[in-house]
Unconditional design. Structure first.
Length: 236
């Protein structure tokens, strides 16, 4: 009898726990001046990702519908870091984002060509540069150069390019805010670097007024927009 009562009590507790409502992450208020495409990436996109689980349904139909071509509206330059996959961070299924990924969100010639391709095919109604917390490429640029045996020409070129973005007095990696400030500044610099190296990208941003969002991903799952956004009808 005592065992039966214990089992009954356990079942009641399990029922109450399973029936308890799941608290969703708070909705991020739409920020004035930000294009609608960005607000959609944040709500329901990033808000959903910040929950405990995400699913992508109807993939069979999505795949077949995209077999004839893609028509993403957002082009994004982000880091290669495995902890920051943009499709998951913004909860976007197949065909939604045109993404260029490179360490430190630094685009090389072929990355620039990819962005130009997106522009030419109408895939860049919004351009996002996504930096992130504890970026290894930024860390390497902040730290002293490693021994020669650990260096390569390509890694040296990456670190040198990132250091071009650093402004103000030097800071140490363990100094409060140093890593984050450097990562954010490098993301802003990436936009200017792209414009200086590509007439196509410069025209899209400065003449055609494609909205640009420079954003920062925190490893807790949240994303914050850093930049004032030039808006246009293409961003809505």
């Amino acid at each position: 009898m005592r065992l039966a009562r214990l089992l009954t009590a356990s079942l009641v507790v399990l029922f109450l726990v399973s029936a308890a409502p799941v608290t969703a992450p708070p909705k991020v208020a739409a920020q004035p001046g930000l294009p609608e495409l960005w607000n959609q990436l944040m709500n329901p996109g990033n808000r959903t990702f910040r929950g405990n689980a995400i699913t992508f349904g109807d993939l069979d139909n999505t795949r077949s519908g995209l077999a004839g071509g893609q028509h993403p509206s957002v082009t994004m330059l982000s880091c290669s870091d495995s902890r920051v996959p943009p499709e998951l961070v913004f909860y976007q299924t197949l065909g939604k984002l045109f993404i260029v990924r490179a360490a430190g969100n630094v685009a090389d010639t072929f990355g620039i060509a990819s962005i130009e391709y997106a522009i030419k095919h109408g895939y860049m109604n919004l351009f996002v540069v996504l930096a992130h917390e504890r970026c290894g490429a930024i860390e390497a640029a902040i730290m002293p150069d490693p021994p020669l045996r650990d260096q390569t020409p390509s890694l040296n070129a990456l670190v040198g390019r990132i250091r071009l973005s650093f402004t103000g007095p030097p800071c140490r990696i363990d100094e409060e805010g140093c890593w984050k400030r450097r990562a954010q500044r490098n993301a802003f610099f990436a936009v200017e670097d792209l414009k200086s190296r590509s007439a196509v990208i410069r025209k899209a941003i400065d003449v055609d007024k494609v909205p640009v969002v420079v954003a920062y991903y925190n490893l807790n799952g949240s994303v914050e927009a850093l930049s004032p956004i030039p808006t246009s009808s293409r961003g809505h």
